[in-house]
Ligand binder design. Structure first.
Ligand SMILES: Cc1cc2nc3c(=O)[nH]c(=O)nc-3n(C[C@H](O)[C@H](O)[C@H](O)COP(=O)(O)OP(=O)(O)OC[C@H]3O[C@@H](n4cnc5c(N)ncnc54)[C@H](O)[C@@H]3O)c2cc1C
Length: 383
C-alpha cells in the first residue's frame, strides 16, 4: 500500500488495478490491432462507477474527487492508455465542463447519463487550423430567433463519434468584445444533430482503441439555452478545464511509465542471454531502476498538483510541471522498455511496443510540452 494514500484511496486503486488486469489487459492488444472502440470495457468501467468518480451523488456520481479519478487513470494506463484516455476525456473533458459551468437545468439534463457512463461527452476546442493557439477559433455561433447556429470544424476530438456519444461541447466565436477581440463562448451540442458530421476515424500512431474524429458543423442549430457558462467566457472556461485535465494526463502518463517498469521487471527475470537472466546484468538493472525513479518523481508531481487543486490553492504551474515531466518520462520509459525487450520490443505482440506508440501523444495532447513551458514561465513572471 502506498503510504500517501488513505484506506479508501488504496481500496479504489486496488479495485481498478484488478479490473485493469482481469478485464482490460486480455482485450487491449486486440482492440489496438483492430482499431476498435472497447465498448465492453467502457460498460465495465461504467458499472464500477468510474465515470462518476469526481461528481456528487446528487448527479449520479460517486462522491469522490479529482484525485480519485487520477488514481483510476494511472491504474488503467499501466495496462492500456486507450481505455484510460477514453475515461479521462469522458470525465474531465465531457462531463466536467457541464458540472463546472452548467446551469442547474443543464446539469440535471446531462450529468446523470454522463456520470453513469451510459453516454459520452466530447470537448471540441482544437480546430484544423490550430490547437496550441486555442484563441484562434474560427468556428462561429450566431444567435438567430432564439437558437445558436454553428458553423465550422473541430480537429482530433476524442470520444466524438462512438455509438454512445451524445454531447459535443464546442467553443465558437459568438461576437466581438468591446476591445475588438473575438468573443468566444462554449455551446452544448447534443448529437446526432442535423448538419453535424463526424469524419471517419483518424489513422493514428497510438491510442488506437480511442475514438478520435474531425467534426464538421454546417448550420447546426441548438436552443439559446445551450450556451454553457457566461457568453464570452468560453475560452477562459475551457482553459480552466485544461488546467485540471493536465493533472489527469499526468496520472495517465505515470501509469504508462509504471506499466513499462512492470513489463521489464517480469521480462528481466525470464529472458536469458549468455547463460543468465538479463536481469543479472547491471546495465538492465540500472535501466529499470532509472525507469522506476522517474516514475516515482512524476507520481509525486501529480499528487502534489492534485493536492493543491483540491485544497483550493493555485495549481496551474504545478499541473503544467506534472504534465510536462510525466509525459516526457513516459516517452523515455517506453523507449527504454523497448530496448530491454530487444527484438521482441519491436513486435506488436508485446505490450511495450504498444506503450511506445501510445506514449508520444502524451507530449502533445491537452497542451504540448512547449505550451506547458510557456505556462510555467508565465507563472514565474518570466513572460
Ligand atoms: C489523439 C488526439 C486526441 C485529441 N483530443 C482532443 C480533444 O478531445 N479535444 C480537443 O479540443 N483537442 C484534442 N486534441 C488536440 C490536441 O490538444 C492538439 O493537437 C494540441 O493542443 C496541439 O495542437 P496542434 O496539433 O494544432 O499543434 P500546433 O498548435 O499547430 O503546434 C505545432 C507545434 O508548434 C509548437 N508551438 C505552437 N505554438 C508555439 C509557441 N507559441 N511557442 C513554441 N512552440 C509553439 C507546438 O508545441 C507544436 O510542437 C487531440 C489530439 C490528438 C492527437
Amino acid at each position: 500500500m502506498d503510504s500517501a494514500l488513505t484506506f479508501e484511496q488504496e481500496t479504489l486503486r486496488k479495485t481498478v488495478e484488478d479490473f485493469a488486469r482481469q478485464v482490460v489487459a486480455p482485450v487491449a492488444a486486440k482492440h489496438d490491432a483492430e482499431h476498435s472502440f472497447p465498448y465492453e470495457v467502457v460498460a465495465g468501467m461504467a458499472e464500477m462507477g468510474l465515470f462518476g468518480l469526481p461528481f456528487p451523488e446528487s448527479y449520479g456520481g460517486m462522491g469522490g474527487d479529482y484525485f480519485a479519478l487520477c488514481l483510476a487513470l494511472e491504474e488503467l494506463a499501466r495496462v492500456d492508455s486507450s481505455v484510460a484516455i477514453t475515461l479521462e476525456a469522458g470525465v474531465s473533458l465531457g462531463a466536467m465542463p457541464v458540472f463546472r459551468f452548467g446551469t442547474e437545468a443543464q446539469k440535471e439534463e446531462w450529468l446523470p447519463r454522463l456520470t453513469a457512463g451510459r453516454a459520452l461527452g466530447a470537448f471540441g476546442l482544437t480546430e484544423p487550423g490550430g490547437g496550441s493557439d486555442a484563441g484562434a477559433t474560427r468556428t462561429t455561433g450566431r444567435l438567430e430567433g432564439g437558437s445558436w447556429v454553428i458553423d465550422g470544424s473541430k480537429a482530433f476530438i476524442t470520444n466524438s463519434g462512438t455509438d454512445i456519444t451524445e454531447l459535443v461541447t464546442v467553443t465558437a466565436v459568438t461576437g466581438q468584445t468591446s476591445a475588438g477581440r473575438k468573443e468566444i463562448s462554449s455551446i452544448l451540442v447534443p448529437v446526432p444533430a442535423a448538419g453535424f458530421t463526424a469524419a471517419p476515424p483518424y489513422d493514428k500512431v497510438g491510442w488506437n482503441a480511442s475514438d478520435t474524429h474531425e467534426l464538421h458543423f454546417d448550420g447546426v442549430t441548438v436552443p439559446e439555452e445551450n450556451l454553457l457558462g457566461e457568453r464570452g467566457r468560453g475560452y477562459a472556461n475551457f482553459l480552466a478545464i485544461l488546467d485540471e485535465g493536465r493533472i489527469a494526463i499526468s496520472a495517465l502518463a505515470v501509469g504508462l511509465a509504471q506499466g513499462c517498469v512492470d513489463e521489464c521487471v517480469r521480462y528481466a527475470a525470464e529472458r536469458e542471454a549468455f547463460g543468465r537472466n538479463i536481469g543479472a546484468y547491471q546495465a538492465i538493472q540500472f535501466t529499470i531502476a532509472e525507469m522506476e525513479a522517474r516514475t516515482h518523481v512524476a507520481r509525486c508531481a501529480y499528487y502534489e498538483a492534485a493536492s493543491r487543486m483540491l485544497s483550493g490553492r493555485p495549481f496551474k504551474r504545478q499541473a503544467a510541471i506534472a504534465k510536462l515531466y510525466s509525459s516526457e518520462i513516459a516517452v523515455t520509459n517506453a523507449r527504454a522498455a523497448t530496448q530491454v525487450f530487444g527484438g521482441y520490443g519491436f513486435m506488436n505482440d508485446f505490450p511495450v511496443a504498444r506503450f511506445w506508440r501510445d506514449s508520444k501523444i502524451l507530449e502533445i495532447g491537452e497542451g504540448t510540452s512547449e505550451v506547458q513551458k510557456m505556462l510555467i514561465a508565465r507563472d514565474l513572471g518570466v513572460a
